[in-house]
Design a protein around this ligand. Sequence first.
Ligand code: FBP
Length: 486
Amino acid sequence: MKTLTDERAKESVRVCPDLDKVSKGSPLRVGVLFSGGPAPGGNNVVAGLFDALHKVNKESILIGFLGGPSGLLEEKFRILEKFEIDTVRNLGGFDLLGTGRTKITTEEQFALTKAVIQKLQLDGLVIIGGDDSNTNAYFIHDYLKKNEVKCRVIGIPKTIDGDLKSSEVEISFGFDTASKTYSEIIGNICIDAKSSLKYWHFIKLMGRTASHVTLECALQTSPNIALIGEEISQKKWTLKELVSQIADCVEKRASLGKNYGVILIPEGTIEFIPEVKVLIKELNRLIEEGKGTSDLTSEAKDCFNELPKDIQNQLLEDRDSHGNVQVSHIETEKLFSRMVASELKRRGSKAKFNPVHHFFGYEGRCSFPSEFDANYCYNLGYNAIRLIQSQKSGVMSVIQNVAKDVTDWKPAFLDLEKALVEEERGGKIKKVIAKSLVDLGGPVFKAFLEEREKNRIEDNYKRPGPIQFSGPLKNLITKTLELESF
Ligand code: FBP
């Protein structure tokens, strides 16, 4: 029986004209690893690497490290063969190799990395990851350079969060597919809300810090409310103020006979609310020092005590490898709906309020990559080999002009050292690649503002439908990329 999966894997991708010119040369040995959360298109980066390597020389070898950066440290790897890559082309998932969040930071880890690279005689190492992983790529490059190891280190911009971008890097891969995947489901929920007429849908969306995914989904679907973390931070809206804004909308709609609605909440919201931000910062420090909530300052304690018990417990859960709260584990959608219910009760409101909760995150990270991500990722991988061939190291593989047709795409690179800025991390000043947050003066947020007020009251819901792989709409790009590029 034919399956969509098998058929999709057989489809060809498009390479931009400048990349077709990979020159023949001696065989190369290149290692690759995934780092951080999965994002649709990773397999096509690997396929691009593999095909370009074999175009350089049929004897070239691509080595995949298993389980993320720890695979490199622990020498867990596999030589990748054409037959297995052919089964995953154009398909989502990082399961070909697995991924992980280990960071290579200590002298011992750098020395181990160097030893493994030398043992495997690698000409190049490709790190497919987000801002932290690309920061790590720079420091691995720096260590190898100082130790005169001739292995080129190349980063690939990955994250569904869309926060690894700049004037040089127009978009991270995975954002296009993930936001379209969520938008399809949100659009369906909007229409269900308008059909069933009785539910308020509180939808939390992934995006560790930045609200790009929520903003894109809001433009695609026109929900009644979409919170944008960056705006909350700029306007210093408190939790109470936000709850009050939502309760106002619920009451206003109820007065028009609409006891339903849809609200989008970026998972990072919690860390943008000023008093919760202070609380989280204090909790992070206390947890690191092995202390408890009794040591919170009175301001932080007040905020903590206002939160429902389960949210309090979630805030006390284990931190990620960078010492951060794992925002994807905090049920912000429930926090808001409960506080709105209490606020409506406090006001003696007659509005009928039946909340339903959703979290869309993991289900968007391994979906079939859109036509955009499939092509983009393949070109990023292909370009990485060209960069290794031209002796570039400590750079990110970049493809520019991507809002246009593939024939107009331009391969380039970003010097990672130039992208580093100093930031406080875990109480220390560190050089990192900064996350790109939503620009409140930018065209995307402005487009959102144009619709915001009327969407609160009117039902302007849009349903973008599923991602298309053929036909006239297969090359649709995100509104974010469209608005930022023209
Ligand atoms: P990356 O930045 O590594 O691409 O990961 C992004 C992300 O999907 C966030 O949206 C989310 O908060 C986080 O990963 C979840 O991480 P985990 O997979 O460790 O639960």
